[in-house]
Structure formats: structure tokens, C-alpha cells
Design a protein around this ligand. Structure first.
Ligand code: ATP
Length: 153
């Protein structure tokens, strides 16, 4: 696995994805960008894929609008994907990034996934030396927090 690292602005990428997911799934995805542009050095295609996985999950496991927040502090990039959906029981959170892991068979089956999304997401985050964290409450919703350190080109 290797990365094609370049410098890019995350904001238009998130905006474009939000619009695409809105058109495709008819859901509102609010993009909250702390400033008009947030630069990141990384693999643009892989970061886009990562966001597709997280937004797709937020859509699958919730019914209301979704928030994507983009910010950077001292060149560290932060991305949050928040939904107000079914949430994840605390004891399941440690296993989410394992391949083929799905929370609660019955509930998972009705949405038809294979449980690969988050393991791929974790891989992409690791390749960027980033961190991924899950904050979730059953019946309340989920926030997936991503953080990427500054990376030289
Ligand atoms: P796919 O392989 O199509 O992505 P999946 O959504 O089941 O299928 P993952 O993305 O790896 O697979 O997610 C693993 C499990 O974590 C899901 O089955 C689901 O139970 C739970 N999960 C992931 N994201 C959310 C979310 N935003 N809200 C609630 N549960 C979630």
C-alpha cells in the first residue's frame, strides 16, 4: 500500500461529497468549515474514500441530517462526521474496525453491508498517521472524529 501525497483543500472535497450524497440519498449533509479552506497534505483519493465510508454509514444508521465539520489547528486537520441515529453500544466500539464486524446481526442485516467500511477507513487513517475515535450513544447518535498530523510533501 502506498500513498500519493499532495497538498489539497479539504473544504471543496467535503462540499462536493455532501452534494453528491445529498443528490443520491436525499439526505441533508451540513458542512461546517471553520474557515473557507483547510489545507491537508495526504492522498486525496483515499481521504475522499474515507469520507464516503463515514458519510455512508451516517446515512445508513440514522434518519436525520448529518453534520460534517472540518477544521485545522496548527496544521493538524480535524474532521468530524456526526449523525443523530441509532448509535453504537459502548461495548461494541472496540471491535468496529475489525474486518467483517457488524453490530448486532439482526439490526445490521436490514441495512445490507458486509462490515468492511470501517476497517478500510481505519487503514486509510493509519496510512496518514492519523487517529480515529468513535463517540456514540445508543438512540442518540454517533460522531466519528478524525485527526491528521501535519505531513511533509
Ligand atoms: P459496509 O461494509 O457496507 O460498510 P457496514 O456498514 O456494516 O458495512 P462498517 O462500515 O465496517 O460496516 O461498520 C461496522 C458496523 O458499525 C456496522 O455494521 C454498524 O453496526 C456500526 N456502525 C458504523 N457506523 C455507524 C453509525 N454511524 N451509527 C451506528 N452504527 C454504526
Amino acid at each position: 500500500d502506498w500513498l500519493r501525497v499532495e497538498s489539497f483543500d479539504l473544504v471543496p472535497i467535503v462540499d462536493e461529497l455532501a452534494e453528491m450524497m445529498h443528490v443520491t440519498f436525499g439526505r441533508t449533509i451540513r458542512v461546517n468549515a471553520v474557515s473557507g479552506s483547510v489545507r491537508m497534505n495526504g492522498d486525496r483519493d483515499k481521504i475522499r474514500q474515507l469520507l464516503v465510508i463515514l458519510i455512508d454509514n451516517a446515512i445508513k444508521y440514522s434518519k436525520e441530517s448529518i453534520d460534517v465539520t472540518v477544521s485545522s489547528v496548527k496544521q493538524t486537520v480535524r474532521l468530524y462526521v456526526t449523525d443523530k441515529g441509532i448509535g453504537i453500544p459502548e461495548n461494541e466500539i472496540p471491535y468496529l474496525f475489525e474486518r467483517f464486524y457488524r453490530v448486532d446481526g439482526a439490526r445490521a442485516r436490514s441495512t445490507g453491508g458486509v462490515g468492511l467500511g470501517l476497517s478500510i477507513a481505519k487503514r486509510i487513517v493509519d496510512l496518514h498517521d492519523g487517529q480515529i475515535e468513535v463517540i456514540s450513544k445508543p438512540e442518540r447518535g454517533t460522531t466519528i472524529m478524525l485527526q491528521f498530523p501535519f505531513r511533509r510533501l
